[in-house]
Design a protein around this ligand. Structure first.
Ligand code: N01
Length: 538
């Protein structure tokens, strides 16, 4: 491995050049492996390349949502806001690519179409197609999927969708030149994180904005603001300690928030409300940090949910609209949202809310959206309808092992060992795959842990002259049972979230991520220390 390889032959092929692909490429090169990354986009950045909708920014604070692997990088990069906006995060990804000279090993505008493992050569043949339609085969020993968890858009098959005469957009594939909604009547379908961020911004431009809501959403103020030089200096002076502390947090971030313990249901109501109020005023993920049982105990959860409903009632002037905006499901069981003026936006005279929970969207007509026989005429439609999360992009690649394809292996839902490997697909790794904490964490913390584990694994294989690694079926079965058991101890499976695949019609209902980052990272380390227990090495 690592030497005298032809131009189309690499130790590893990496699919994707977002934060996972970039760090994987850097790590492999540092360890002396040859690697090539393929990226369907025209540049690096992954999710931050595509999601350019108005108001797009990260919900994890910028000083934490950044790589920790290079102390020099974290010292030299200057974040300007508490929550970085999409353009700034994209510039950061571009800076990383340039600083570590990664671009020369990335082929942009190139889609990986298929990957076939051949036991005779113990390697993968990867077929790619570039934007001119040229197909090319590349060979590698390892295949590393860095395709992102939220990269395959979900565009519901509404009858008549293609008949719409105006412009349609999906938040996840937003035009790079931006969209001017001035004077337009705009429909927004969906009220998840992307909608919550974009609705207040679009409402300022549009002549009228009609929001089609299937499930009301819990959102907490983000309280975004510019970062002051003193707070940045303080974090930079203590960055190593903060990163280490974050790796001990269940979400891989937030070690600097004050955390409470105990049960919200058993707390003194006045003290509990004071705690909610204080956290509401700090904003962001702090909100659910006051007690430790919000996702374990329905009564505790209800206290946090009810507090948000009171805030909605106090904010939204029209009682009917306020009632529609009040969610009834478990708070946090769908991804909590963070906003800059979301509920307030429904007080604007140019914004209206249409409930599509009981009467779904019937049809998209040439002039708008039809619900319950009523036509809402609009000029533009924004689909904020989310993603075929965690499995969508993996399954789009036709990956085939010696006896089974990924599609066949996951026919009844995703099955992995550690969220890192799939039985039947040797020498393939998935970064932040289903069965790992991934989307329940600060993605960059999870990505770094996976990349470092894979890098070390390849070093060990090389040192021992081994060429093949495959998760055993027994280890995978046990891991799937374990993930299900952990999920079933929580309230996560109680609502129709994308974590469960419930947002995509026909998708198997399986809770895909694994709650709890620190124990998971320890399990991965123990597997490696125990001679890659659960993997067959050859
Ligand atoms: O997508 P979503 P998103 N008819 O799936 C609705 C991350 N993220 O792009 O809830 C009508 O959350 C759907 O309704 P329902 C974050 O992890 C991060 O907003 O399924 N409505 C829902 O309201 C987030 O969770 C950040 O009933 C339909 C909406 O569309 C994830 O990405 C920013 C429908 C989809 O919401 C996805 O967020 C943005 C239909 N047929 C996103 N189908 C930051 O950190 C779907 N919906 C910055």
């Amino acid at each position: 491995m690592g030497a005298a390889l032809q131009d189309d032959q690499f130790d590893a092929v990496i699919v994707g050049a977002g934060f996972a692909g970039l760090y994987m490429l850097h790590t492999l090169r540092e360890h002396g492996f040859t690697a090539r990354a393929f990226e369907v986009a025209g540049d690096v950045g992954g999710t931050w390349y595509w999601n350019r909708y108005p108001g797009a920014r990260c919900d994890v604070e910028s000083l934490e949502y950044s790589y920790s692997f290079s102390p020099e990088l974290e010292q030299e990069w200057e974040w300007t806001e508490r929550y970085a906006g999409q353009p700034e995060i994209l510039r950061y990804a571009q800076h990383v690519a340039d600083r570590f000279d990664l671009r020369r090993d990335i082929r942009f505008d190139t889609r990986v179409q298929s990957a076939v493992f051949d036991d005779a050569t113990t390697g993968w043949t990867i077929t790619t197609r570039d934007h001119d339609g040229n197909e090319r085969a590349t060979h590698s020993q390892f295949l590393i999927m860095a395709v992102g968890c939220l990269s395959s858009t979900n565009l519901p098959e509404f009858p008549g969708r293609d008949s719409f005469a105006g412009a349609s957009y999906h938040t996840g594939t937003w035009p790079h030149e931006g969209v001017d909604f001035t004077g337009k009547r705009v429909a927004v379908i969906g009220t998840g994180s992307s909608a919550v961020q974009s609705i207040p911004v679009m409402a300022e431009q549009a002549a009228h904005l009609t929001v089609f809501q299937r499930t009301a959403t819990y959102t907490v103020p983000a309280h975004n603001r510019p970062l002051g030089p003193d707070e940045v200096a303080e974090v930079k002076a203590n960055y190593r300690a903060l990163r280490a502390a974050n790796r001990q947090m269940s979400g891989g971030f937030g070690a600097w928030f004050p955390r409470g313990d105990g049960s919200a249901a058993e707390a003194d109501p006045a003290e509990r409300d004071a705690d909610f109020e204080a956290r509401w005023n700090v904003g962001g993920f702090t909100y659910l940090g006051g007690y430790s049982d919000f996702l374990l105990n329905a009564a505790s959860n209800e206290t946090a949910a009810e507090f948000v409903r009171h805030k909605i009632a106090a904010t939204v002037h029209d009682p009917e609209t306020a009632a529609l905006l009040m969610p009834s499901h478990v708070i946090g069981c769908k991804r909590l949202c963070f906003d800059s003026g979301y509920y307030e936006t429904f007080n604007r005279p140019n914004v209206s809310l249409v409930d599509v929970s009981r009467q779904p969207i019937e049809e998209i007509t040439p002039t708008g959206v039809r619900v319950g026989g009523v036509d809402y005429e609009v000029d533009d439609i924004v689909y904020a309808t989310g993603f075929d999360a965690m499995t969508g992009s993996l399954l789009k690649i036709n990956a085939r092992g010696p006896a089974v394809s990924l599609q066949e292996a996951w026919e009844a839902g995703p099955r992995t060992y550690l969220g890192l490997a799939v039985h039947g697909l040797p020498n393939m790794f998935t970064i932040s795959g289903p069965g790992s904490p991934s989307v329940l964490t600060n993605m960059i913390t999870s990505i770094e842990q996976h990349v470092e584990w894979i890098g070390e694994c390849l070093i060990q294989l090389r040192a021992r002259g081994l060429r093949r690694i495959e998760a055993t079926e027994a280890a995978q079965d046990a891991w799937v049972d374990y993930v299900n058991m952990v999920a079933d101890m929580t309230l996560f499976p109680t609502c129709n979230s994308w974590y469960l695949g419930a947002n995509v019609p026909g998708k198997t209902r399986v809770f895909m991520p694994l709650p709890g980052f620190p124990p998971y990272a320890e399990q991965c380390a123990a597997v490696a220390a125990n001679d890659y227990e659960g993997f067959a090495l050859a």
